[in-house]
Structures are given as C-alpha cells and as structure tokens.
Design a protein around this ligand. Structure first.
Ligand code: HEC
Ligand code: HEC
Length: 272
C-alpha cells in the first residue's frame, strides 16, 4: 500500500513536472515565434529595396542621379544675395553644411502657432526674414533648397520622438494613415503594410517610407515633396487629396517619419 502510494505520488509529480516543462517549452517557442514574426513584420525597409535595380543604380551614382541637379541649384540659391539688403541664407546660417541633422527634425512644431510645419514651410518663413517673396509651393526653387538641406543629412538615421507637444499631431497622422477613404475605401496601411512586396500596376508596393524625400520621380522627371507623393497615392486610390502644406498632410508626414525611425536619410532618392 505504502509503496503504491509512493508510486502514485511520484507519478503525479512527474506528470506535473511534465506539464510544466511542456508549458515552458510552448511558451518559449511560441514567444520566439511571435517575436520573429512580429519583428519581421515591423522591420522598417526603405523604398530603395523595392525599386528596380536600374532605378537603384541611378540613385547610387551622384553623377547620374538627376536629383543632384536640385541639390546643386539649392546650394547656389543658399548663397545668392538679395539685391535689396545684400543678404542670403548663408548670412545668418553660414555654410549649408551646418544644416546637417536639420531635415530629420521636420515636420516640427512652430512655437508661435503650435502647429506642425515642414521644411519647405520653414524655408519660406526665412524668405520673409530676407524680405523676399515666398517661393511657390512645389516650385523648383523651393524644392531645390529643401533637397540641398535634406541632402546634408544623408546617412543620418531617423529618430523622431512623440512628445507632449506633438502627440496631438502624431495621433491625427496615425488616424489618417488608417482611415479608409475614397471610392475604393482604401487606407494607407492596406497597401503599405498589408500588401508590401505585391505588385500594383507594374510597381512593387513598398512600406511607403519617406526617408528619400524630396525624391526624384522618373515618371514626372522632377523632384517632389512628401505631400505631392501622398496626393498621388490619394488620387490613385480615387480619394480627394488634401492640400500641400495642410495640417492633415503635415500630421501624416509626422506619423510616417516616426514609422520610419531607424532608416537612413537618402535624399534625393530616385523612384519610378
Ligand atoms: C535674418 C537671418 C536669417 C536669414 C537670412 C535666413 N534665416 Fe533661416 N533661420 C533664422 C533663424 C533665426 C532661425 C531659427 C528659427 C526661428 O526662431 O525663427 C532659422 C531657421 C531656419 C531653419 C530651421 C533650422 C532648425 O534647426 O530648425 C532652416 C531650414 C532655415 N532657417 C533655412 C533658411 C534658408 C533656406 C534661408 C534662405 C532662403 C534662410 N534660412 C535665411 C534666420 C535666418
Ligand atoms: C492602392 C494602394 C496604395 C494606397 C492606398 C496608398 N499608396 Fe502609397 N504608394 C503606392 C504605390 C504603388 C507606390 C509606389 C511604389 C512604392 O514606392 O511603394 C506608393 C508610394 C508611396 C510613397 C513613396 C515611397 C518611396 O519610397 O518613395 C509614400 C510615401 C506613400 N506611398 C505614402 C502613402 C500614404 C501616406 C498613403 C495613405 C494616404 C498611401 N501611400 C496610400 C500604393 C498605395
């Protein structure tokens, strides 16, 4: 009897141990599995990796990357003196190289209005300081300056942060990213998260990252802003786009910037 009891006890103990081991085993493997899936899902990938090799080659070589013309143009505008007061951007800011790291802080909250502004809007605010007319949105001059400034940050990692001040804008951007819009009822994530790597009209869908902007688009033979690119996505999804420099697009751009944390600045990237 005693012996049987002992056996019974030790066998239940064994079963318990087995259960525990199995539980731990499953827990660990499942966790590992989930982590692997999760991290591969969450890994940020530049649009560069989805571009055709021929397009990548154009971006890689500064001698053939047409976006570099914008950079050169921007550099000469940087030092171009205003006839009225004999001042240029460099009068206050020094060499354009001093702008390294600046583009990775935009869109940024403007203290006086508590609103987000993008780099192009910042440049236009400084044009006013120079007593000069603002550049037209999406104009060659404006994008040349913003490309030249962004180019100074080439290779720097995006490292945006949500703070008390910008949280409201982050939330709005996120909401817009997941909002189903237009005749087709499509949200950004349905293409740029759910369909990454799949083809859409002879194009591979990327994560919709913005580390290459301002970017040179081969289809239009020109450099475009983030807002212009988003407008194009809206139009293709048969949705009414917001205006360039709108609060909505700045919020969306801010959300996209955070979503791309860890990617390196590539401006001017080249895309189809
Ligand atoms: C009269 C001096 C002055 C001139 C000229 C000027 N800026 Fe500025 N700029 C400033 C000041 C001051 C700031 C800091 C922001 C503020 O408080 O307004 C600034 C900020 C900036 C920033 C943002 C820097 C940051 O760290 O956020 C950029 C980009 C910029 N200027 C670009 C330009 C460009 C491009 C030109 C030429 C078209 C120019 N600036 C001409 C004074 C000037
Ligand atoms: C119907 C699918 C679709 C939807 C919806 C869509 N896009 Fe796109 N988007 C594309 C395609 C296709 C491209 C070009 C290939 C690529 O770079 O992904 C693109 C490109 C981009 C790029 C440029 C990426 C790069 O590396 O140059 C950005 C940024 C972008 N989209 C943002 C958005 C945002 C923000 C939304 C929501 C407002 C959106 N897209 C909605 C299909 C879509």
């Amino acid at each position: 009897m005693k012996k049987e009891m002992k056996f019974y006890l030790s066998s239940t103990l064994f079963k318990k141990k087995l259960k525990l081991t199995l539980f731990v085993f499953l827990f660990v493997t499942f966790g590992l599995f989930a982590k692997l899936t999760f991290s591969s899902e969450k890994r940020v990938i530049s649009g560069y990796n989805f571009a055709e090799p021929s397009t990548q080659k154009i971006q890689d070589d500064d001698f053939i990357n047409p976006g570099i013309f914008w950079v050169e143009q921007g550099k000469s505008l940087w030092i171009k003196k205003n006839i009225i007061n004999d001042m240029s951007c460099s009068t206050c800011h020094g060499k354009i190289e001093n702008m390294r790291g600046v583009s990775t802080q935009y869109p940024k909250i403007l203290e006086s209005t508590k609103k987000l502004i993008n780099l192009e809007q910042r440049i236009n605010l400084c044009r006013k300081k120079l007593d000069m007319k603002e550049f037209q949105e999406e104009s060659k001059d404006l994008l040349s300056l913003s490309t030249a400034i962004s180019n100074q940050s080439r290779g720097l990692e995006l490292n945006y942060k949500v703070t008390e001040k910008n949280k409201k804008w982050y939330d709005l951007g996120k909401k817009l990213y997941y909002k189903k819009i237009g005749l087709m009822g499509l949200s950004c994530n349905q293409c740029h998260d759910d369909r990454v790597g799949l083809s859409l009209r002879a194009e591979k869908i990327s994560q919709g990252q913005i580390n290459g902007f301002p970017s040179y688009l081969l289809r239009w033979s020109k450099v475009v802003s983030v807002h212009k690119r988003i407008q194009f996505c809206n139009e293709q999804a048969r949705a009414v786009p917001y205006k360039i420099n709108s609060d909505e697009y700045n919020a969306l751009q801010f959300y996209l910037s955070l979503r791309g944390n860890g990617l390196e600045v590539e401006s001017p990237a080249v895309r189809k």
